[in-house]
Design a protein around this ligand. Structure first.
Ligand code: ADP
Ligand code: MG
Length: 403
């Protein structure tokens, strides 16, 4: 299938050309005709497969055709960074089309609130918002949302993980009942089905993924004791010519500490976590995207949805708490059919968690030998570590009970 066969308006075709998109990705091929047909969808495809354009292209095309002057589409997303990124994607794809958009998110100053208020009153065509900030506007009563025709929930699974379920319901209570709703998610846990049953009408389902990182990612892991992690990291980073390296750690305290340690070792590094002002977060991300910053240390804020060209290396300094988060973190590299490397540090306590990740992705990740001078190596033995008794862990599961 080509974009041409989708019969997009010429302004949109020009935008696609300018973005260098030649043909639709599989999720786009499946989702776009259904969305153009005004049907609800629930779509699940792994990270980096082009979900953003899968919903933006048909929506932009319809806005060009209807020439609407009011709010047509509301896109709800879990993080500010993702709101900004989707706004940028609209600016790119709709560059030649008379379609307006604004990103609405918290953490900035009063003047942006006023600007958002103006856009929401006069009707930007596409609103991309984080839940809390949007509710603040909706509660004031001036949001002109009566003509809304599309509601899009992006990274829906993440929003539920972040506890946005009530917020989403609250937002929906403000919207016209008759609308098209599109739900996008990288994974499809049961609670997403519950949300879908409540918010979608007779949806078509698209399921392109099993839970697996993109295919171009080379995955490996080191078994390490905690005190070996920092020396190992420094050794891996030393002399690396890779332009963009993303390091994940589990808490913002650890992220801050890692940033300090790496700065002390004279690396070109900065951190992103939720204690920073939004302006600082935006600026750090901009520098990283523009390759002015080689190493970014982050909490899972960065693991969902954020698309940065050619991150060559992702390091999980800690094993993520949630197995699904591993797929998202690792999905930050090898975007759009490029290749990348993802390395995870596994300490004794995290072995069991890593085992469940390997189960989810359906194969064993290669364990590399720790450089000898870093001290005695830890051997992978998930069953030996506390949490639950080893016996229970080893008990074979009955067939077909995986959720
Ligand atoms: P997802 O939301 O599925 O994780 P994104 O929508 O962020 O993925 O897209 C990943 C990358 O692929 C982006 O850089 C985007 O510009 C690019 N992309 C999307 N669709 C196409 C296409 N049809 N052709 C080429 N590149 C594309
Ligand atoms: Mg996405």
């Amino acid at each position: 299938m080509t974009f041409h066969e989708l019969q997009f308006e010429p302004e949109l075709m020009e935008g696609l050309d300018a973005m260098g998109f030649e043909k639709p990705t599989p999720i786009q091929q499946q989702a776009i005709p259904i969305i153009l047909n005004n049907k609800d969808i629930i779509a699940c495809a792994q990270t980096g497969t082009g979900k953003t354009a899968a919903f933006l292209l048909p929506v932009i095309n319809k806005i060009i055709q209807t020439k609407t002057q009011s709010i047509d589409t509301l896109i709800i997303v879990p993080t500010r960074e993702l709101a900004i990124q989707i706004d940028e994607a609209v600016q790119g794809l709709a560059y030649f089309a008379p379609v307006s958009a604004i990103a609405i998110f918290g953490g900035n100053d009063g003047s942006s609130f006023e600007q958002e208020k103006k856009a929401l009153t006069h009707g930007a065509n596409i609103i991309i918002a984080t839940p809390g900030r949007l509710i603040a506007h909706l509660n004031m009563g001036y949001v002109n949302i009566g003509n809304l025709t599309h509601l899009i929930l992006d990274e829906a699974d993440r929003m539920l993980d972040m506890g946005f379920s009530d917020d989403i319901n609250r937002i929906i209570s403000f919207l016209p009942k008759k609308r098209q709703t599109l739900l996008f998610s990288a994974t499809m846990p049961p609670k997403i089905r519950t949300l879908a049953a409540k918010t979608l009408t007779d949806p078509e389902q698209i399921n392109i993924s099993v839970s697996k990182p993109a295919e171009g990612v080379m995955q490996a892991a080191y078994m390490t004791y905690n005190e070996q992690k920092l020396p190992l990291l420094t050794e891996l980073l030393n002399g690396k010519k890779i332009a963009s390296i993303l390091i994940f750690s589990s808490s913002k305290e650890k992220v801050k500490q890692l940033e300090r340690e790496l700065l002390r070792a004279k690396f070109n590094v900065a951190a992103i976590h939720s204690d920073l002002l939004q302006d600082v977060r935006t600026e750090v991300l901009r520098k990283f995207k523009n390759k002015l910053l080689q190493i970014l240390v982050a909490t899972d804020i960065m693991s969902r949805g954020i698309d940065i060209d050619s991150i060559g290396l992702v390091i999980n300094y800690d094993v993520p708490r949630d197995a699904e988060d591993y797929i998202h973190r690792v999905g930050r590299t090898a975007r759009a059919e490029t290749t990348g490397v993802a390395i995870t540090f596994i300490n004794p306590e995290d072995q069991r968690k890593f085992k469940s990740i390997e189960k989810l992705i359906g194969n064993e990740v290669k364990k590399l030998d720790l450089p000898g001078h870093l001290g005695p190596a830890l051997h992978y033995n998930p069953a030996a570590y506390v949490g639950r008794p080893a016996k229970k862990f080893n008990k074979p599961r009955p067939q077909n009970t995986r959720r």
